[in-house]
Design a protein around this ligand. Structure first.
Ligand SMILES: C[S@@+](CC[C@H](N)C(=O)[O-])C[C@H]1O[C@@H](n2cnc3c(N)ncnc32)[C@H](O)[C@@H]1O
Length: 352
C-alpha cells in the first residue's frame, strides 16, 4: 500500500493540503480534482481517486459544469419514483447513477463501456456508500443482456443518460436509445432523462470555415518550414486529415464576435427528438427565414434538452448573447462561453 495525501484546490487555484490521508491499494496513484460544485457536494463526493492512465480530461470540466449537473439533478428528482429500476447509460464517474439512487430509486444499474471509467465509477460509488443501490456494469449498452439472471433483470422504468456532444448526436444518442428500446433495456412506458431534445440551426457564411475546409498540404508548408522544418511531414499529414465530414466544434460567440462568420438566417429547429421513441431515420422539411444574402458555408448548431418532459427543466448550449436578437455581443472583448464544457457545432457544407 502507498499513502498519498489528498490535496484540494482552493478556488484561487492554490493547492492546499486537507490533511486527509488515505491508504491506497496496489499501484493506484491518487488524482485529486478540486472545486466540486454543489451537486457533487450534495452527494458527498470529496475526491476522485483513480488508477493511472485515467479518464479523458473532458470528464473533469464536465463534472464541474454546474448547469448541467443541476439540470440532471432536477430532471432526476422530478422523474424517478420510489421503487423505480433505473439504468444510467454511460455512467462515467457514476454521478447520475448516484443522483438517481439519492432520489429514491430501488436500484440503479450503471453502465459504462470504457474500462477506466468503469473502475472510476466503482471507486466513487463505493466511496459514497452507494454500492448496495448501484450496480456497475462494465459493458457498452449494446452488449447488456436483459432478463432474470442476466446483467439487468428487467427493463428499466427510467433510463438516464448524458451522451451528448456539442453536435448533440456525436456520441450516438439516437442509435444507443434505439438499441436500448429494442433490447428491452427500457420497460414499456418507461421514461428517459432527458425526455427529449431539439436541435437548433442557423445558416452561416464563414470564409474562415471555408478556408479551413480547403486547406491543402502545400498551403501549410511555407509557414511550417519557417517555424520548424522537422514537422513538415507532420503538417502534410495533418492537412490531409483536415476534412470536415464530421461536425466541428465551435465557439459561436467567439466566432461571430470576431466576425469569423455571418449569420444568414434566423434559428430554426432542425430536429426534434423523443428519446423514449427514437427514430433512426427521420427526415423533416423545415422552412428557414433568411435574414441576409450570402453563401451558406455551414450550419451552426446548438441544442436544448427537455429534462423531464414538460419543458420546465431545460439544458441548453445556446450561445450567450443570442437571446438579445442576435449573436453580436455589445460588450467589448469576447464574451466568455456560457458553459465551458458544451460549445456549439458547425456542419460544414460541401463546396457547391
Ligand atoms: C459525457 S460522459 C457522461 C458521464 C456521466 N454520466 C456524467 O454525466 O457525468 C459519457 C460516458 O458514457 C460512456 N458511454 C457512451 N456511450 C455509451 C454506451 N452506449 N454504453 C456504455 N457507455 C457509454 C462514455 O465512455 C463516457 O464515459
Amino acid at each position: 500500500g502507498e499513502e498519498v495525501r489528498t490535496i484540494a484546490r482552493s478556488e484561487r487555484g492554490r493547492a492546499r493540503g486537507r490533511g486527509r490521508r488515505r491508504k491506497l491499494q496496489n499501484d493506484r496513484k491518487m488524482v485529486v480534482i478540486g472545486g466540486y460544485d454543489d451537486s457533487m457536494k450534495r452527494l458527498g463526493v470529496q475526491s476522485w481517486q483513480v488508477g493511472e492512465g485515467f479518464a479523458p480530461t473532458y470528464h473533469f470540466d464536465m463534472l464541474q459544469d454546474r448547469r448541467r449537473n443541476e439540470a440532471y439533478r432536477r430532471g432526476i428528482e422530478q422523474t424517478v419514483e420510489e421503487d423505480d429500476l433505473v439504468v444510467d447509460i454511460g455512467t462515467g464517474s457514476g454521478l447520475l447513477a448516484m443522483m438517481a439512487a439519492g432520489a429514491g430509486a430501488q436500484h440503479v444499474f450503471a453502465i459504462e463501456g470504457d474500462p477506466k471509467l468503469e473502475k472510476a465509477a466503482r471507486l466513487v460509488i463505493e466511496d459514497n456508500r452507494y454500492e448496495e443501490k448501484v450496480t456497475v456494469i462494465g459493458k457498452h449498452s449494446t452488449e447488456v443482456k436483459v432478463g432474470y439472471g442476466l446483467d439487468v433483470p428487467f427493463g428499466a422504468n427510467v433510463i438516464v443518460t448524458e451522451i451528448f456532444d456539442s453536435f448533440m448526436l456525436g456520441e450516438g444518442m439516437v442509435p444507443t436509445m434505439h438499441d436500448a428500446v429494442k433490447r428491452g433495456l427500457l420497460a414499456e412506458g418507461g421514461r428517459v432523462i432527458p425526455a427529449g431534445g431539439r436541435m437548433h440551426c442557423v445558416l452561416i457564411e464563414s470564409d474562415w470555415i471555408r478556408r479551413h475546409e480547403t486547406l491543402r498540404g502545400q498551403d501549410l508548408l511555407g509557414s511550417v518550414e519557417e517555424v520548424k522544418r522537422a514537422s513538415v511531414e507532420h503538417a502534410r499529414e495533418a492537412a490531409r486529415k483536415w476534412t470536415f465530414e464530421e461536425p466541428i466544434q465551435v465557439h459561436a460567440n467567439m466566432m461571430l464576435a470576431r466576425k469569423l462568420a455571418r449569420q444568414l438566417s434566423r434559428p430554426f429547429i432542425g430536429q426534434i427528438f423523443d428519446f423514449a421513441h427514437p427514430k433512426l431515420q427521420d427526415q423533416r422539411s423545415v422552412s428557414v427565414e433568411v435574414m441576409e444574402d450570402g453563401t451558406v458555408d455551414a450550419i451552426l448548431i446548438w441544442w436544448t434538452l427537455d429534462m423531464e418532459g414538460t419543458g420546465a427543466v431545460q439544458l441548453s448550449t445556446e450561445p450567450e448573447g443570442y437571446g438579445r436578437g442576435g449573436f453580436e455581443d455589445e460588450r467589448d472583448g469576447y464574451p466568455p462561453p456560457q458553459r465551458e464544457h458544451s460549445r456549439q457545432a458547425a456542419c460544414v457544407l460541401p463546396a457547391a
